[in-house]
Design a protein around this ligand. Structure first.
Ligand SMILES: Nc1nc2c(ncn2[C@@H]2O[C@H](COP(=O)(O)OP(=O)(O)O)[C@@H](O)[C@H]2O)c(=O)[nH]1
Ligand SMILES: [Mg+2]
Length: 233
């Protein structure tokens, strides 16, 4: 509970057995989270069992993909505000307070992993990822009339339930380029969006999106195509 609002956290999870328990613990330790929804996305390891041993609610999404898992989580979460995160150790539970602090003035609060002091030494955020995330965010900002945006790939973000209701059923992306679609649809629906700096740490377990150059490039190109397509439509 934060003020008078209930708070949900959504964790998309594909093979995250190594850190899922600690992640649930860490986000609950913020003291404001009422519900954590773990969306197990056909994990082949013990993610599901590990998650079920926590106070989190575990749902199983069979449609594979980062976007599919997050969209399912957005439908399942019951809080007045819904926070998307990852259970891989990269995000810090107490950072939800930074997002919540802006939730009175804005409907959607996106994290940005561009502040040097908050990028931990082990984080997967080399110059290529940093510039790429920034450039795609700027493309989105200029083509879709956004506020200042500097990171197109940060899962950690908050959306108020009433704001989400206006466009939730229009979200279509099931793959790794889900995040920009959420911002574009939000802007199209007059949702007030702001970015705030968040911590970004090293990951526990294998990275499935930006862990390889190929995965990074594919996701980047898909994001750019989506941003252009929405502008032209
Ligand atoms: N790549 C990928 N991630 C998924 C999928 N389903 C759920 N996820 C989760 O989405 C998050 C992002 O993936 P991750 O491997 O951390 O990518 P990275 O943040 O670029 O290193 C993690 O929490 C995954 O467990 C899926 O089908 N593919
Ligand atoms: Mg990750």
């Amino acid at each position: 509970m934060y003020g008078s609002r209930t708070v949900s956290v959504v964790f998309p999870a594909y093979n995250e057995e190594q850190h899922i328990r600690q992640a649930v613990e860490d986000f609950f330790a913020s003291g404001v989270v009422d519900e954590i929804v773990v969306v197990d996305n056909n994990s082949k390891d013990r993610t599901r069992e590990e998650a079920e041993a926590t106070p989190a609610r575990v749902v199983h999404e069979t449609a594979q993909g980062y976007g599919n898992a997050l969209r399912r989580g957005l439908r399942e979460a019951t809080g007045d505000v819904i926070i998307l995160a990852e259970p891989d150790g990269t995000f810090v539970g107490r950072d939800v307070l930074k997002l919540l602090a802006y939730a009175d003035d804005f409907d959607m609060v996106c994290g940005t992993r561009t502040t040097r002091e908050l990028i931990w030494a082990q984080a997967n955020m080399g110059w290529f990822l940093r510039i790429g995330n920034w450039a795609v965010a700027k493309l989105l900002q200029f083509l879709h009339g956004g506020p200042s945006l500097s990171d197109c790939g940060c899962t950690l973000r908050l959306i108020r339930r009433e704001a989400l209701a206006g466009f939730r059923d229009k979200l279509t992306v099931g793959g790794s380029h889900f995040l920009p679609e959420m911002v574009i649809l939000a802007l199209k629906h007059g949702v007030r969006v702001i970015e705030v700096p968040v911590n970004y740490r090293g990951r526990v377990g294998e990275s499935k999106i930006t862990g390889t150059l190929e995965g990074t490039l594919r996701t980047g190109f898909n994001m750019i195509a989506l941003i252009l397509r929405h502008r032209l439509s």
